[in-house]
Design a protein around this ligand. Structure first.
Ligand SMILES: Nc1ncnc2c1ncn2[C@@H]1O[C@H](COP(=O)(O)OP(=O)(O)OP(=O)(O)O)[C@@H](O)[C@H]1O
Ligand SMILES: [Mg+2]
Length: 363
């Protein structure tokens, strides 16, 4: 990856009806070679962004640039972008070879060059033996690989993929996730990938843009997104998460004291709160909750909890607790030597390091 901007959305807005903005003031800069995923709930504006980048929709406001050049007025076929969509959209009356040769023909390449490139693209997705079949004679996963090969065959610098693996079963999906990232990295392709599957987003991407309601809520590498969510939406959307609601009592030394509804105090890191009196929702991951409070630093606040359910999962234990009015507070512990198994009804103390508990917006 290089530092210079390759794909840029600059204050981009989109409205289909002239009233409602489905993309609101989008700013996004991608370096060449990056694999970026747009992740978000249905209707949050992901496909719309991809369509604007591809040139099938125009931005209502703002500028989109590719390699420094404004592309708002360049038609789709002149943008040199490869695309894969959820419904593979292979041409059913053409063979695999003909499907792949098509984007090359459109670009005026001669036959011998075409044949060579088609062969290499098919080998790349391990479909070399299937050139003479028609799409209907292939499995869903094989069709998907052909669609991928067709998007890559003309060696685009930018590839857009919209839920390309949606129709596949879990195993094939995981295999294709691996193949797509490998190809993208090997060929140095810049990729914008759209999914609403967070595991897919976290495992495949250099960075993930979390969308909600036409706004990027957070744009960060996967580990940062999971460990340092900047707001309640991202904390809830990515991974499993416990929340407790309360009010900021004091902030000092980088620690917020948060008073829960029942008057008890917990420690949190002030992320999205700034002043005493503010309402907040604190967020803590199940694997960061400590049930052995002797391990916590001196003076750390603890809370009483009642065990509701204990689930043995082999490698981990999953304990559901009732904590400060939240009956769905999950703690995950590793099945380590000497780790005790909880019994329903058992009363325990729990706590955490202030830095693992994020005081976010009350949303
Ligand atoms: N052609 C269109 N005309 C009018 N409204 C549209 C059009 N396409 C999308 N929308 C609206 O724009 C909003 C964003 O849609 P978009 O397809 O970008 O969402 P998405 O994030 O891709 O969702 P999904 O995960 O369901 O594919 C939605 O409210 C949708 O109804
Ligand atoms: Mg979509």
């Amino acid at each position: 990856m290089t530092d210079t901007a390759f794909v840029e959305f600059d204050r981009v807005q989109k409205s289909y009806d002239g009233e409602v903005l489905v993309v609101k003031d989008l700013n996004l800069t991608m370096p060449k070679g990056e694999f970026l995923t747009m992740l978000g709930p249905s209707g949050s504006g992901k496909t719309t962004c991809l369509m604007m980048l591809a040139g099938f929709e125009t931005a209502t406001h703002g500028e989109i640039r590719l390699d420094g050049q404004e592309i708002n007025n360049i038609p789709p076929h002149k943008r040199g972008i490869g695309m894969v969509f959820q419904n593979y959209a292979l041409f059913p009356h053409m063979t695999v070879n003909e499907n792949l040769a098509f984007p090359l023909e459109v670009r005026g390449m001669e036959k011998s060059v075409r044949e060579d490139k088609v062969r290499r693209a098919l080998d790349m997705v391990q479909m070399g033996a299937f050139g003479n079949r028609r799409p209907a004679q292939l499995s869903g996963g094989q069709q998907q690989r052909i669609a991928l090969a067709r998007a890559l065959v003309f060696e685009p610098e930018l590839v857009l993929m919209d839920e390309p693996l949606g129709a596949l079963d879990k195993q094939l999906r995981e295999q294709m996730q691996f193949e797509i990232t490998r190809l993208a990295h090997d060929l140095g392709i810049t990729t914008v990938y759209v999914t609403h599957d967070q595991t897919e987003a976290l495992t495949m991407s250099d960075r993930v843009a979390v969308f909600n309601d036409g706004v990027i809520q957070q744009l960060a590498p996967p580990d940062q997104l999971y460990e340092e969510p900047e707001n309640s939406f991202v904390a809830q959307f990515i991974g499993e998460n416990n929340t407790l609601e309360g009010r900021v009592k004091a902030i000092s030394g980088g620690i917020a004291e948060v008073e829960l509804h029942d008057g008890r105090i917990i420690d949190a890191k002030p992320v999205n709160v700034h002043n005493p009196g503010e309402r907040t929702r604190v967020s803590i991951r199940p694997e960061r909750v400590e049930m052995n409070t002797a391990r916590l630093p001196e003076g750390a606040h603890t809370l009483e909890a009642e065990v509701q359910e204990f689930i043995y999962m082999g490698d981990i234990f999953r304990t559901r607790l009732s904590v400060a009015g939240n009956d769905d507070f999950i703690v995950k512990t590793r099945n380590a030597p000497g780790q005790t198994r909880m019994e329903p009804g058992q009363k325990i103390q729990i706590g955490w390091l202030a830095e693992d508990c994020r005081a976010l917006d009350a949303a």
